[in-house]
Write a protein that binds this ligand. Structure first.
Ligand SMILES: NC(=O)c1ccc[n+]([C@@H]2O[C@H](COP(=O)([O-])OP(=O)(O)OC[C@H]3O[C@@H](n4cnc5c(N)ncnc54)[C@H](O)[C@@H]3O)[C@@H](O)[C@H]2O)c1
Ligand SMILES: O=C(O)C(=O)C[C@@H](O)[C@H](O)[C@H](O)COP(=O)(O)O
Ligand SMILES: [Zn+2]
Length: 363
C-alpha cells in the first residue's frame, strides 16, 4: 500500500495523525474546531486523539443519521462556532460520513461567509464521493440537498482503516456510488468492481479501487465544478434515486443513499435502453446483479405519481424538462436527456417488476 500519496488536495495516508498535524499547525492556537456525529465519534476520534489533545481542539457532535441532515443541525454547528470564537482564519475539521461532511462543509462555508474546512471521510461513501468535489448542503422541505453551496474543502484525508468498523449495509451503500463511477467511466473499471470480493475484504485491494473511484469523481469535478455540463455524469441514478430516498424517508421506511442510487440507476438504465440504445441484455443483467445484492425498495403503482412529483424538483431540470443523465453503453454518458412522464412511469414499472421477471424477457 502506498503512503501519503498526494492527489490534488486529496491525501491518501496511512498516518492520519501526521497529515492532520501538518494542517492544524498552520492555524492560530485555539482557532481549530472539530465536527463529528455521535456515532462516528466513538469509532473515529481515537485515530486522531493525539492531535486533538496536542492542539486542545474544541469538538461538537451532532446527532447521526440522514434525518438529522437539516437546518437544526446546521444551527448547532453555527452556535458552536459562534460560542467559541471562530473567525475567518479558523479551521473546521469534519470527521464522519457523507451526511456529516455535506452539512459541516455547508456550515463552514456560510459562517462569517466562509472559513476553511478539511474533510476526514470515515465511510466508504464519503471516501469515494461525498467528501470530495465541494457539493455541500442539507435536506429541506422533504427534498434532498435542497439548500447548499459549492465550496471545496481545503484538504481531504483518506484513510482506509476507518472502514474496518462500518457495517455491511453502509459498505454496500458506498459501493453503489463506486458502481456508478464504473458505469460512467469504462468497461475496465466496471469489471474491476464486479470482481472485487465484498464478502472478505482485502483492505489493500480496497484502497486501490477507492483510488480509482476517487479519480473518476475528481476528473469530473476538475472539469466542471458547478455542474453546468459534464459533472452531470456524477448524478447518474440520482434523478430517480433521490425521489426514492425522499419518498422512503417521508413514508417512514428510510433507505440508505447508496441503495436509493442503485434503485435509481436501474430505472435510469431502463431509460438509457429506451432513449439512447443501451442493450437490453446489458440492462437486464446489470439490474439482476444489483437486485441480488441490494434487494429492493418495494413500490406500488399508487406511489408513481408522488415519485414523479419528487423528480420535478431535481436540480438538473430546466423549465418543465426533467433532464436525465443516461448511459448508451458502459463508459459513455449522455447528459440533459429529456424523458416524457409516460416513459418515466414505464421505467418505474420496469423497476417494480425487477426480480419478478425472467431476466432474458423482452421489454
Ligand atoms: N456531496 C456529495 O457529492 C455527496 C455524494 C454522495 C452522497 N452524499 C450524501 O452523503 C450522505 C450519505 O453519506 P454516508 O453513507 O456516509 O452516511 P452517514 O454520514 O449518515 O454515515 C452512515 C452511518 O455510519 C456512521 N459512521 C461513520 N463513520 C463510521 C465508521 N468509521 N465506523 C462506523 N460507523 C461510522 C455514521 O455515524 C452513520 O450512522 C447523504 O446525505 C448523501 O446525500 C453527498
Ligand atoms: O458530485 C456530484 O456531482 C454528484 O452528483 C454526486 C452524488 O453522488 C451526490 O449524491 C450528490 O450529493 C448529489 O447532488 P445533487 O446536486 O443531486 O443534490
Ligand atoms: Zn450520491
Amino acid at each position: 500500500m502506498t503512503d501519503s500519496k498526494v492527489h490534488s488536495n486529496i491525501i491518501f495516508s496511512q498516518q492520519i495523525d501526521v497529515e492532520l498535524r501538518k494542517i492544524v499547525q498552520k492555524y492560530p492556537a485555539g482557532k481549530v474546531f472539530l465536527l463529528t456525529d455521535q456515532t462516528a465519534a466513538g469509532f473515529c476520534l481515537p485515530l486522531i486523539q493525539s492531535v486533538i489533545d496536542e492542539f486542545s481542539i474544541r469538538m461538537v457532535a451532532i446527532p447521526s443519521g440522514e434525518e438529522n441532515k437539516n437546518i437544526q443541525s446546521v444551527g448547532l454547528v453555527w452556535d458552536f462556532l459562534s460560542n467559541y470564537g471562530a473567525d475567518r482564519k479558523s479551521l473546521l475539521i469534519n470527521i464522519g460520513g457523507g451526511m456529516l461532511t455535506d452539512l459541516g462543509g455547508f456550515a463552514a462555508s456560510t459562517f462569517k461567509r466562509g472559513l476553511d474546512f478539511v474533510n476526514i471521510p470515515t465511510t466508504l461513501l464519503a471516501q469515494v464521493d461525498a467528501s470530495l468535489g465541494g457539493k455541500t448542503g442539507f435536506n429541506f422541505n422533504g427534498l434532498k440537498n435542497e439548500i447548499g453551496v459549492f465550496m471545496e474543502p481545503n484538504s481531504v484525508i483518506i484513510n482506509v482503516n476507518f472502514l474496518k468498523t462500518i457495517d455491511q449495509a453502509n459498505f454496500l451503500s458506498g459501493y453503489a456510488e463506486m458502481l456508478k463511477h464504473g458505469l460512467i467511466k469504462s468497461r475496465e473499471h466496471w469489471d474491476e468492481l464486479l470482481t472485487f470480493d465484498m464478502e472478505s475484504i482485502d483492505y489493500d485491494a480496497l484502497q486501490e479501487i477507492i483510488a480509482h473511484s476517487v479519480a473518476v469523481k475528481e476528473w469530473h469535478v476538475l472539469n466542471d465544478l458547478t455542474e453546468q455540463n459534464i459533472r452531470k455524469a456524477l448524478n447518474f441514478g440520482h434523478t430517480v434515486g433521490h425521489a426514492f430516498e425522499s419518498y422512503a424517508m417521508k413514508t417512514g421506511r428510510p433507505i440508505l443513499h447508496g441503495h436509493a442510487v442503485v434503485y435509481g440507476m436501474i430505472a435510469e438504465l431502463y431509460l438509457s435502453a429506451k432513449q439512447c440504445g443501451l442493450g437490453i441484455d446489458e440492462l437486464n443483467s446489470i439490474s439482476s446483479w444489483m437486485i441480488a445484492r441490494y434487494g429492493k425498495f418495494e413500490i406500488q403503482e399508487s406511489d408513481f405519481e408522488a415519485l414523479y412529483q419528487l423528480m420535478t424538483h431535481d436540480k438538473k431540470n430546466e423549465g418543465k424538462r426533467i433532464n436525465f443523465t443516461l448511459i448508451p453503453e458502459i463508459g459513455k454518458v449522455e447528459i440533459n436527456v429529456d424523458c416524457s412522464k409516460e416513459l418515466i412511469i414505464e421505467a418505474l414499472n420496469y423497476y417494480k417488476s425487477c426480480g419478478l421477471r425472467d431476466s432474458s424477457s423482452e421489454l
